[in-house]
Design a protein around this ligand. Structure first.
Ligand SMILES: Nc1ncnc2c1ncn2[C@@H]1O[C@H](COP(=O)(O)OP(=O)(O)OP(=O)(O)O)[C@@H](O)[C@H]1O
Ligand SMILES: [Mg+2]
Length: 239
């Protein structure tokens, strides 16, 4: 990973001519079509678009989870999909935090253990992982639910645990798929405040998929995914 880490580049990650389709027994759905997009270091980028347009697919492709059929995904200039699966595994663990649309928390483990996992995979000491997990759960307002398993959490609480887990390894890029989708207005505002704070303090880069115009209007830059392409949006029209 060292060669990646040493390259200074304002553009953190970009897709160049990315194509992605899904084929089922009945049809082929062409989701991303020659998609170009750049994400800059230290920005909070919003991605909006109609349901089914391909927002989650785009995040999966950016996060090294789903190989595109065509095109390149360049992280600090290096094509992540040219490497093998063990590179991709390391890339995800070290550089990417992912907040999945449907959380993907491990059901048999507590909120605290779920948040600790990414650090334990990196072989961090348990007490170090525990301390940071407790700090992050406190930051997302989950101090009193750390020992609950996912089935004992509400949707909004699960979402906040998933955000804490995504931030565990201080990733270069946090990809969050509708991280406020299950939160009320007050809890969403608190989450966006936390995202802003982490962005300011640690220059943390975020990509947030959202259906909320109110949230999108508060972000640094917004792209709308339409017909497989990411188009800039005039944010003054959103607020
Ligand atoms: N594994 C799959 N197999 C077949 N089709 C799929 C698969 N995953 C997604 N799709 C289809 O690809 C399209 C894009 O899906 P995606 O989940 O990226 O949309 P989205 O923009 O995130 O939608 P939403 O806002 O509802 O979450 C949809 O039409 C979906 O039905
Ligand atoms: Mg989605």
């Amino acid at each position: 990973m060292n060669n990646i880490d040493n390259i200074e580049n304002k553009c953190l990650i970009e897709t160049v001519g990315v194509d992605k389709s899904y084929t089922t027994k009945r049809e082929t759905i062409h989701v991303l079509k020659d998609t170009d997009l750049k994400i800059f270091s230290g920005e909070i980028l919003g991605i909006v678009g109609a349901s089914g347009v391909g927002k989650s697919t785009l995040l999966h492709v950016l996060g090294g989870l789903d190989r595109p059929a065509k095109g390149d995904v360049l992280f600090k200039g290096q094509n992540i999909y040219y490497q093998g699966n063990s590179f991709l595994e390391k890339f995800r663990n070290i550089h990417i935090g992912f907040v999945f649309q449907f959380f993907n928390l491990l059901p048999d483990f507590t909120a605290l253990e779920n948040v600790m996992f990414p650090a334990l995979i990196q072989k961090k000491q348990t007490f170090v992982a525990k301390e940071r997990a407790q700090y992050l759960l406190n930051e997302v307002g989950m101090k009193d639910r750390m020992n609950h398993r996912p089935a004992e959490l509400s949707g909004g609480e699960s979402q906040r645990v998933a955000l804490a887990r995504g931030l565990m390894n201080q990733p270069d890029l946090l990809l969050a798929d509708e991280p406020t989708g299950n939160l009320d207005a007050n809890a969403s505002d608190q989450l966006i405040d936390l995202i802003r704070k982490l962005n300011k303090e640690f220059n943390q880069t975020f990509v947030l998929v959202t259906h909320s115009q109110r949230i999108a209007g508060q972000l640094d830059r917004v792209l709308e995914l339409i017909n497989g392409k990411a188009n800039p949006i005039n944010q003054s029209l959103l607020i």
